[in-house]
Design a protein around this ligand. Structure first.
Ligand code: LMR
Length: 393
C-alpha cells in the first residue's frame, strides 16, 4: 500500500519552522511561522488564559462528549465577538472547530454540499494553505489580484474588476483583517464598495478572520466583516482564536454562518454538524472551554482585552522600529510600507535568492515569498536585522 505514496511537497511555513529549530546558530532570528513572541522571545500563555485554565481544572467534573457543535457558550460568545452586539442572532449559527483551519475546511465542505464544485475566488497572494483546503473539499479556485508589490498596497480596482467577471453564486474568500501574507488591508470605504459589489453580483462572502485584535483593535478588525454582513443576505466566517488568545496548540476556532432566515440557518447548522461528524466528529474541548470562560466573565474579558491590546501595540512599535531602521540603513523610503501595514505579516519584497541569503548568511528565517512575522522581530536587534536585509539587496 504505502509503496504507492510519493513524498508530498513540503509546507512552506512548517518546513521553515523545522529548519529554524535545526539551526545551531545562537543568534538566529525566526520570522517564519505566525506566532506571537514577547520581548524575551517567548510565546507566553496569556494571563486570562492561565486564570481560566485554573477555573476549568477546579470546576470541570466530567469529560463526557459535548456534541458535534462543541461548547455552546463558546459558540454564542464567538458570534458576539465577531458580529458585535447588534447582529441578528436568529440568522447566525456557530460550530466550534479545531482551529481556524478546521473552520475553513468544515465551511469548504459545507459550501460544496450546497453547491458542488463551486468556484472560490481568493486573493493573489493568499495564505498558502487556503488553496489546498478548498481544493480538498472539491471546490474550484480562482485568484483575484490583490497586492501591488511595488507600492505595498491593495490593487483595489483590479480586484473589483476581476470580481465583476465572477458568476452569480461564486464564493469570494476574504481576509477579515490583517491580510496574510501581505499585511495590506482594505479601507472601510473599500469594504463598503466591495459589499455593494457582492450584493449586486450575487457573490457569497467567505471570510477568514484569523487575527481579530491584531490590527487596529477587536472592533475595528471586525468592521469590514460587519459592513458586509449588514448588506449581503448570507455569508460564512472561519474565526480563529489561535493568535488573539495565544492558544495555538489547543486548536480553537469557530465556523460561523449567517443565513437568509432562521429556518435556513437551522438547516445549515445541522449540515455543519454532519460535516464535522465525518471530518473529526467532535472538536477538542479544552481550549474552547478556556476561551468560553474568558468571554463570559467580565473581569477575565477585561484582562484579556488589555493584554491583547498590549500585544497589538507592541507589534505596531516593532513595525515602526523596523521601518525606521530600514530607512536609515537603506537611505530610502522603500520599506516605509511596513509601518503602514497591519497585522502579523508584511512582505519585504525580496527575491527568493535574497531570502535564502538572509537564512544562510545571517540565520534570519522568513518565508520564501519574503513574508516575515512582525511579532517575531527582536526588539533590541532591529538594527542588526535591518543591516542584514540591506546587505542582501
Ligand atoms: C501562518 O500563516 O504562519 C500561521 O497561520 C500558521 C500556519 O498554520 O501556517
Amino acid at each position: 500500500m504505502f509503496e504507492n505514496l510519493v513524498m508530498p511537497a513540503p509546507d512552506a511555513i512548517l518546513s521553515l519552522m523545522a529548519s529554524y529549530r535545526a539551526d545551531p546558530r545562537t543568534d538566529k532570528i525566526d520570522l517564519g511561522v505566525g506566532v506571537y513572541k514577547d520581548e524575551t522571545g517567548k510565546t507566553p500563555v496569556m494571563r486570562a488564559v492561565r486564570e481560566a485554565e485554573k477555573r476549568l481544572a477546579a470546576h470541570q467534573d466530567t469529560k463526557t462528549y459535548l456534541g458535534l457543535a462543541g461548547d455552546v457558550a463558546f459558540n454564542a460568545a464567538m458570534i458576539d465577538l465577531v458580529f458585535g452586539p447588534n447582529a441578528d442572532k436568529a440568522r447566525l449559527r456557530a460550530v466550534q472547530t479545531p482551529g481556524g483551519s478546521g473552520a475553513l475546511r468544515l465551511l469548504a465542505d459545507l459550501l460544496n454540499r450546497a453547491k458542488p464544485g463551486a468556484t472560490v475566488w481568493h486573493s493573489d497572494p493568499t495564505w498558502p494553505n487556503h488553496i489546498p483546503i478548498l481544493q480538498s473539499a472539491q471546490l474550484k479556485t480562482q485568484a483575484y489580484p490583490y497586492f501591488d508589490a511595488t507600492t505595498g498596497s491593495v490593487r483595489f480596482e483590479a480586484m473589483i474588476e476581476a470580481l465583476m467577471s465572477a458568476n452569480a453564486g461564486d464564493i469570494v474568500l476574504l481576509h477579515g483583517c490583517c491580510h496574510n501574507p501581505t499585511g495590506a488591508n482594505l479601507t472601510i470605504a473599500q469594504w463598503t464598495a466591495l459589499a455593494d459589489l457582492l450584493v449586486e453580483k450575487n457573490l457569497f462572502p467567505f471570510i477568514d478572520l484569523a487575527y481579530q485584535g491584531f490590527g487596529d483593535g477587536l472592533e475595528e478588525d471586525a468592521a469590514g466583516l460587519r459592513i458586509v454582513a449588514g448588506k449581503v443576505p448570507e455569508l460564512c466566517v472561519a474565526a480563529s482564536c489561535s493568535k488573539n488568545f495565544g492558544v495555538y496548540r489547543d486548536r480553537v476556532g469557530a465556523a460561523i454562518i449567517m443565513a437568509r432566515d432562521e429556518a435556513a440557518a437551522t438547516i445549515a447548522f445541522t449540515q455543519m454538524g454532519a460535516v464535522a461528524r465525518v471530518l473529526y466528529s467532535m472538536p477538542p474541548d479544552h481550549g474552547a472551554a478556556v476561551v468560553g470562560i474568558i468571554l463570559t466573565d467580565a473581569d477575565l474579558s477585561r484582562i484579556w482585552r488589555e493584554e491583547l491590546d498590549e500585544t497589538r501595540q507592541r507589534m505596531l512599535r516593532l513595525r515602526t522600529g523596523l521601518a525606521d531602521e530600514l530607512r536609515k540603513q537603506s537611505n530610502s523610503d522603500r520599506f516605509d510600507f511596513i509601518a503602514e501595514h497591519r497585522g502579523m505579516f508584511s512582505r519585504l519584497g525580496l527575491e527568493k535568492a535574497q531570502v535564502e541569503r538572509l537564512r544562510e548568511e545571517h540565520g534570519i528565517y522568513i518565508v520564501g515569498d519574503s513574508r516575515f512575522n512582525v511579532a517575531g522581530l527582536p526588539e533590541g536587534r532591529l538594527d542588526v536585522l535591518a543591516k542584514a536585509i540591506v546587505s542582501v539587496l
